[in-house]
Ligand binder design. Sequence first.
Ligand code: FEO
Length: 402
Amino acid sequence: MKPVELKKDIYWVGAVDFDIRNFHHYSRSPEGSTYNAYLVCDEKNVLFDTVNVHEYGTLVKRISEIIEPEKIDYIVCNHLEQDHSGALPRMVKLCKPEKIFCSPMGYKSMTNIYDTTGWPIEIVKDGDRLNIGKRNITFLETRMLHWPDSMVSYLEEDKVLFSNDAFGQNIASSFRFADETDHKTILNATKGYYYNIVLPYSPQVLKTLKRVTDMGLQFDVIAPDHGLIFRTPEDVAFIISTYKELAEQKPVCAAVIAYDSMWGGTAKLAEAVADGLADEDVPFTMFNLQNTHPSEVTTALADAGALILGSPTRNNMPMVNMVGCIAHIKGLRPQNLVGAAFGCYGWSGESPKMLTEALADMKVEVVAEPVKCYFNPQEEDLVNARALGVAVARSLKEKCAQ
Ligand code: FEO
């Protein structure tokens, strides 16, 4: 794969990782990912971000097709997470850059993660500008999008935004640009990335979108560090409006059921809950956590307004997959959900109550009493579970109508 020119003398020089499925070791990336890095050739040659350490050779090869890597003058580190900075130490050694730019918090991360002895680091603050010849770069700090060090770089004359993780998607393909594929593919990947990585920082997303609007920044190209690049007015508008919608988290009239089951009883309850949702014409997706990663559940919440959890009780606790799923979702702080819980038990039966408390703790509006049932569900238990599905559906419809 050759380097790709985004605009005159502005190149993609990143790496496509077709293999990765366990992104950052906490989120599934079923379609692989990319580590986008960008090279701008001007009076000063500037590399924006690097790649994961195992793709160092690819980065060097790609750059070498444009200029000798040793001719890189500046390296800009928009974000120190290792998928973008892993190759940095070797690049610094190879290029011997005149300067390495990062945010104030980036400096703290960089000097902690790497041995930066002798590195020519220069801290740039929010709004700082840098002339590199015919072009000027504006640096904008985007703290907590999604690390404290995060910033983006804007090429003023070309109206190109190197947005780092923002607007990213886990996609590995031969395409580099959004206009080479369809919006549905990009939307699904954007939801997966946003809901598992960016979601807790949605207030900052909305604030940043307002800020760039107020600043009057125009974007010909939005170039994230993961996935496809947006270069048409239609695609730029699409990804910005998608981000706004994802950040707003308006409830969608659909439900997610996530459950675990030991011997099939809680699975039967889950089916009955689903029947209740269907009675009220509320669409649903249902996940058995025995074969579903929590990140898939979270991604589904992008198209839902209800979260219904089910687990049997094992040793006075919900099943371990459910506990992990709750930990994953809770940390991502989803908003505007209603929910309820259910589960079977053999002797103590704490799980449905604990799941209900976990939902409340996540600020999910609990709209039905938990349903618990002794061992194998009987007709009455299935009726109760179905009623739970109906109750959640009705509350959700009311919420969506507001
Ligand atoms: Fe793509 Fe936060 O690293």
